[in-house]
Design a protein around this ligand. Structure first.
Ligand SMILES: [Zn+2]
Length: 253
């Protein structure tokens, strides 16, 4: 498998929390070490989502997260409790279940403030926002600017990093490793819930493909424009067809 010219990739690991499944996370970390990958890791500060609490609490979780940070992994704030009790689509309309989109400002503010504080108190410096289920709105963005130092969002449908609404966006379009045309592609994995075959696929991908760094990706951001809007429209249309063909498919959150 050859890397297509001009394609750059970031790896993102979602749903880290003290109750996550240790074995697949350990395998991903070993692969990252072996191939020199520094992923973005999305940490749930106060996880109350039963789908993500699958093992006994790891008392060393925060120490592990600090070790990730020391290795150059980028720490991302992944919501607050990851409970998708609301209905709303927000600015990246991939799902309609939400912890944030369309929710009252006061509630969003407390979750962002306290979630950020949990990570900071545990010695982490979160620099990226990742909304559970991709669902957040313009209010969420303003509150991130008011309550935190976070100015980067890992989300959005585009082929390049872009700036919009006072934030730099690293687009996220893939849920398993695969070769793509030129552009910046973020591969989002969920080690706790993905099947083992996805990690096999990651291993094969890393054998042939060198991943980019977050700092490089950020340095190439440009203002969001018409071509990005066209890409997002086409991506959503293609995804709708795919979902329609596989009605039992479950969207990753
Ligand atoms: Zn998640």
């Amino acid at each position: 498998m050859k890397t297509k010219a001009g394609a750059r990739y970031l790896l993102r690991l979602d749903d880290a929390n003290p109750w996550m499944r240790q074995a697949p996370w350990g395998r991903v970390e070993a692969l990252c070490d072996q191939y020199g990958v520094q992923p973005v890791v999305a940490i749930v500060p106060h996880c109350e989502d039963p789908a993500l609490r699958l093992e006994d609490e790891d008392e060393n979780f925060w120490e592990k997260a600090r070790r990730w940070q020391a290795k150059g992994w980028t720490i991302a704030l992944h919501g607050f409790n990851h409970v998708l009790s609301g209905t709303g689509r927000g600015v990246v309309p991939l799902n309609d279940r939400t912890e944030f989109a369309g929710q009252p400002e006061a509630q969003q503010r407390i979750k962002i403030r306290e979630g950020y504080q949990v990570l900071r108190e545990n010695g982490l410096d979160p620099t990226v926002w990742i909304a559970p289920a991709h669902t957040f709105d313009r209010v969420t963005i303003r509150l991130l600017q008011e309550e935190t130092e976070i100015r980067v969002i890992s989300d959005g449908l585009a082929r390049h990093a872009f700036t919009r609404w006072g934030m730099t966006w690293l687009p996220q379009q893939l849920w398993k490793p695969r070769q793509c045309p030129s552009g910046l592609w973020t591969i989002c994995l969920h080690p706790t819930s993905d099947p083992e075959t996805i990690l096999d696929r990651l291993e094969n991908f890393l054998k042939s493909t060198k991943l980019s760094s977050v700092s490089d990706a950020l340095s190439q951001a440009r203002p969001w424009g018409v071509s990005d809007a066209v890409f997002a429209w086409g991506f959503r249309a293609a995804r709708r067809v795919k979902t329609w063909r596989r009605p039992r498919g479950k969207a990753a959150v």
